[in-house]
Design a protein around this ligand. Structure first.
Ligand code: FES
Ligand code: FES
Length: 79
């Protein structure tokens, strides 16, 4: 089962050091790039991560990054 492509470009998000986030891996959330529970009943679950520093991060919205939760450019290869 493949994730839904929410967008084919990353979304800049201001992360706060030490704060925990839940990145949506399924692509169905309406609160992108974060999980809103819409994955319920699927094989997907959010990726929980803690921000290591306060900075603007480019979060993966296509859900196909090889380095989730961040964009690694893979969205450029998607049809
Ligand atoms: Fe996508 Fe939770 S809504 S992983
Ligand atoms: Fe760039 Fe997913 S948005 S790899």
């Amino acid at each position: 089962m493949k994730p839904i492509i929410s967008d084919k470009q990353p979304k800049p998000i201001e992360l706060e050091q030490g704060k925990t986030y839940a990145w949506c891996s399924c692509g169905q959330s309406t609160s992108q790039p974060f999980c809103d529970g819409s994955h319920a009943g699927t094989a997907f679950s959010p990726k929980i991560f803690k921000a290591e520093e306060t900075k603007t991060a480019y979060m993966c919205m296509c859900k196909h990054s090889e380095n989730p939760v961040f964009c690694d450019g893979t969205h450029k290869t998607l049809d």
